[in-house]
Design a protein around this ligand. Sequence first.
Ligand code: MGD
Ligand code: MGD
Ligand code: SF4
Ligand code: MO
Length: 760
Amino acid sequence: MTSTEWRPTACILCECNCGLEVQLGGDDDRHLIRFRGDKRHPSSRGYACEKPHRLDHYQHGRDRVTRPLRRRPDGGFDEIDWDTAIREVAARFAAVRDAHGGESIFYYGGGGQGNHLPGAYATATRRTLGSRYRSSALAQEKTGEFWVSTRMMGSATRADFEHCDVALFLGKNPWHSHSIARARVTLKELAQDPARTLVVIDPRRTETAAMADVHLAVRPGTDAWLMAAILAVIVEEDLVDHAFVAAHVVDAAPVLDALRAVPIAACCARSGVAEADVRRAARLLAGARALASFEDLGVQMNRGSTLVSYLHRLLIVLTGSLGRPGTHFVPTTLVDIANGASTKTSPVAEARIVGGLVPCNVIADEILTDHPARYRAMLVEAANPAHSLADSKRFREALRALDLLVVIDVAMSETAQLADYVLPAATQFEKAEATFFNFEFPANTFQLRPRLFAPPPGPLPEAEIHARLAEAWGAITEDDLAPLRAAAAEGLAAYAQAFMARVAMHPRLSAQAPVILYRTLALPEALREGAVVLGLAAKAALERPASLARAGFGGSPLEAAVALFTAIVEHPEGVVFAVDAWDGVLRDLPTPDHKIRAALPDLLDELAAVLAAPAEVVDPAFPMVLSAGERRSFTANTIIRDPAWRKKDAGGALRISPADAAALGVVDGDPVRLTTRRDAVVVAVEVTDTMQPGHLALPNGLGLGYPGPDGEITTGVAPNELTASDDRDRFVGTPWHKHVPARIERVDRTAPAPAPAPAG
Ligand SMILES: Nc1nc2c(c(=O)[nH]1)N[C@H]1C(S)=C(S)[C@@H](COP(=O)(O)OP(=O)(O)OC[C@H]3O[C@@H](n4cnc5c(=O)[nH]c(N)nc54)[C@H](O)[C@@H]3O)O[C@H]1N2
Ligand SMILES: Nc1nc2c(c(=O)[nH]1)N[C@H]1C(S)=C(S)[C@@H](COP(=O)(O)OP(=O)(O)OC[C@H]3O[C@@H](n4cnc5c(=O)[nH]c(N)nc54)[C@H](O)[C@@H]3O)O[C@H]1N2
Ligand code: SF4
Ligand SMILES: [Mo]
């Protein structure tokens, strides 16, 4: 039986978090049976792709962790009760802190594509322990973009694809990866309207490229030359928006000089794109009424990634594509996720920390050393770094070298398998959840989704885990909480006032604010874990009062915070929390003088160095380039572990070009041996003329172990068995996952599959 009631929730499979309505059914109404896009959700407005229909595979994974687990010396796990788990985990973290200082305790994760509240609660745990270093997946994708953008414009920017007339996707395949609201509707509109132009820069003729008016099939890893050539054409043909530059840019001259020196023909040759096509694209981009652009992993996980992010930003600036409808904007967010400020370095590798995040690719180096400041303990929450970080073998070795590894996850992930303690979390449908990945403009949205049902006995929401840890450490006591519980009974405004007074009187409590809110705020059971959002609303009311007021949440900061939080609680389908204006984008640019800095000397030097460098010598042992981790119709990081969720491409084929297939004598479905400097695997091929000769692509999110009838079965190739952590950007340490030197060889179809490489 399926209940006919439609319940509001959201899809958790990519960062768009489209609003959904779901009908429950099956045992105790705990299965997610029917789905539809929620028309009331303010940004997705009824949109959803094919993936959420498979969400029940997430809720009912067979490798769900249902009890706290403690590692035995023989490597197995014992189930323990929560009191024991909390007591021991609290004592062991405290012991590491007392022996080596809180800064030796590293925090990784905090949220994936659908769940950002754990990271908010974990700030209490981190501050109690004095933990200073942390990271997340953003530090292997977006930190380069955030860093240059913040230096130039005071913030990262996003783009308005709905109203642009020219759209550029650079190393991005939104048909499958989305990342913009209602991606496929927006792409179809762009493609079908003769007055609008879709430009894609990608070595592969992706689904998005196939719809495009202009597809520049760049040679893999050479986007820096292509972008330099495009910019140089814009300068040479005098297509620069001089009025914009004069009004908003303080230091354009050194940039224009550098671009005048770019050898256009040589750059085009290097990038594999005909000069005539580059010039045509440059004129289109510069001639746009409104240009919207988006760079993603194809360039951010590739050679020269930070330089390409810089050149992309120069394209935005020199074409004046900021602050008008259809161009770029600075989003107002509830949590400052896109902050690219950099003030310190990591303690061992001395790597640049951007937005508070240690580069993922140096974490193993920070552990596998006898340096006194090395990380000794790690808390991993809602992330699977043993699978998602470069060079899994070395990362596993690093995790094993820790004095203590604690993992909070719903499933027995590759990382959980290495933990000293695994703490089982409620799924994202068993607790209230939210994300901070909405970047709409001028009206931005936020959705706090109520749980669909209670967790089964065993797993706990992260909020509860962090609150119990705080209590075990004595960081919060009943004396701290009782007065606030009393205030909560008098309503939200009285509570908020009492909360501020209490923290002002006892400043030590400010570090514990998330868990205090969770313990004392009177919320309906289905929304309890949303308590921390009141704190975020209060912060937004102080920092962005005008944006909140335009959305209807005005008055004093306290009044605004209370009104906003009330609306969030009353609208489980999502609310508009901030409204901005296009004419405010440039006026309020978050740089000290509200002007753009175009000349970043280190990146201009890098451009000159790259242009002067001789062509790289290809290692004959690895003549091909592997893009390790491509988004396809049925991939979603490692959020769903059951391979049966995939309706297509169940095994995760290696895409190769017809020319490479013919040279090897293989056809669709044949196995080949794929070898990189780190490993060799056997994988079936998909022969497709969307690939360039010499270019290979493996999907992301595969190679997960999952319980089968006769034990664990691993489906597909885990991409990071093949990658190396030294292959990274020299500025911010982002990995070159899309540029792994590789070769392929034929294997006999009838020969038994080779034994898997020993787990390092
Ligand atoms: N279906 C699905 N959607 C997802 C996700 C998922 O797992 N599955 N994950 C989400 C997440 S976490 C993220 S970060 C986004 C990522 O979204 P995308 O960045 O769009 O994802 P990818 O497919 O990894 O890479 C994009 C493109 O880079 C191209 N590329 C490879 N090498 C080069 C190169 O040298 N130059 C250029 N210009 N392009 C190159 C590839 O051909 C590919 O089309 O997707 C999100 N959406
Ligand atoms: N080679 C290569 N590597 C890549 C990429 C690539 O393209 N190529 N892409 C990179 C990118 S862009 C990203 S974003 C990362 C993603 O990698 P990670 O950041 O590690 O994220 P996920 O793989 O989504 O892992 C999420 C974990 O959270 C668990 N989980 C799900 N729901 C909950 C919950 O409610 N609570 C808790 N506590 N846990 C939960 C899941 O079981 C899973 O173990 O991968 C990166 N790695
Ligand atoms: S676009 Fe992303 S969030 Fe929306 S339904 Fe598809 S996978 Fe889910
Ligand atoms: Mo990502």
